[in-house]
Design a protein. Structure first.
Ligand code: NAD
Length: 288
């Protein structure tokens, strides 16, 4: 399969705007779709600001910024956005029913050869594929936040995903100057299956009074050379997101080793979700 010229990115939030940014910067025409015109407006403004940052760092030129923005077309109508594209990347919120509904609609609205990729962090690709008539062309293309900066794309093959589809997605990731890594479709893939138990264990350490949050993070930064401690990282990801992914692992494997720490559950119940609410394991000044 040849690399597509036009790609639809569905969902223009945190991940969708980053994905649209890197695709357009590397020459692809992007149909960026969201249900909210305000989100689309904000996404284009964010992309502009992030391109400016790349100019300041000497990574791109002003002309490249103009060309990149010129390749992004905003849509609120899904059918119009999908018309004529050869590849779809879905980045709507992490809700199973919503994603299943999106994949049913993609299947009905695009030609059968169009590849349907999901940026999901934890939902089964095999399950998303099962509601389409092209399971061999459904795949996970898991980018990391912030997309313009992070080098990895986890390429997740579902039970029926064809080798041809995997190769195309790897080629697309390389065209974006990212490194694709192949993984199979099991709960949490590799990234979250390794990361989330580490974060959970750090929370258990805090819960059991082994050390303070600062001390736990310092051990992992200075002793393991992690750029950020696990509790600080959990605050950045969002404690609700961490709890959700741990529950996916716990339910997916039925293995108590993934049991979310009760302190994490309680913090989410209290609305202490991390940086986004101003309070998690640390406090944040929201006006900064
Ligand atoms: P987000 O909430 O920032 O953005 C989702 C966007 O989808 C919103 O703008 C929303 O308006 C839009 N949307 C909702 N329903 C829609 C519909 N029917 N059609 C079109 N647009 C619709 O979410 P996000 O953080 O960008 O996450 C998106 C996906 O990426 C999730 O599956 C998440 O698990 C995954 N992911 C997130 C991160 C992260 O760090 N945020 C990292 C990797 C993967």
């Amino acid at each position: 399969m040849a690399l597509p010229e036009s790609i639809a990115v569905v969902g223009a939030g945190t991940m969708g705007n980053g994905i649209a940014h890197v695709l357009a910067l590397h020459g692809f025409t992007v149909h960026l779709v969201d249900i909210s015109p305000q989100v689309l407006e904000r996404a284009l403004a964010t992309i502009g600001r992030n391109l400016d940052r790349q100019i300041r760092k000497g990574l791109i030129t002003e002309a490249e910024k103009t060309a990149t923005l010129g390749r992004i077309r905003p849509y609120t109508d899904l059918a119009a956005a999908l018309s004529g594209v050869a590849f779809v990347i879905e980045a709507v919120p992490e809700q199973v029913e919503l994603k299943l509904d999106m994949f049913r609609r993609f299947d009905a609205l695009t030609a059968p050869e169009v590849v349907l990729a999901s940026n999901t962090s934890s939902i089964s690709i095999t399950r998303l594929a099962s509601v389409t008539n092209r399971a061999e062309r459904v795949i996970g293309m898991h980018f990391f936040n912030p997309v313009p900066v992070m080098a990895l794309v986890e390429v997740v093959s579902g039970m029926e995903t064809s080798e041809e589809t995997v190769c195309l997605v790897e080629e697309l990731a390389r065209a974006l100057e990212k490194t694709p890594v192949r993984v199979r479709d099991f709960p949490g893939f590799v990234s979250n299956r390794v990361l989330m138990p580490m974060i959970n264990e750090a929370i258990w350490c805090l819960y059991e009074g082994v050390a303070t949050p600062e001390a736990i993070d310092q051990v992992m930064r200075l002793g393991m050379n992690h750029p950020m401690g696990p509790l600080r990282l959990a605050d950045l990801i969002g404690l609700d997101v961490c709890l959700h992914i741990l529950n996916v692992l716990y339910e997916g494997f039925r293995d108590p080793k993934y049991r979310p720490c009760p302190l994490l559950v309680k913090m989410v119940e209290a609305g202490r979700l991390g940086e986004k609410t101003g309070r998690g394991f640390y406090e944040y000044n929201q006006h900064q």
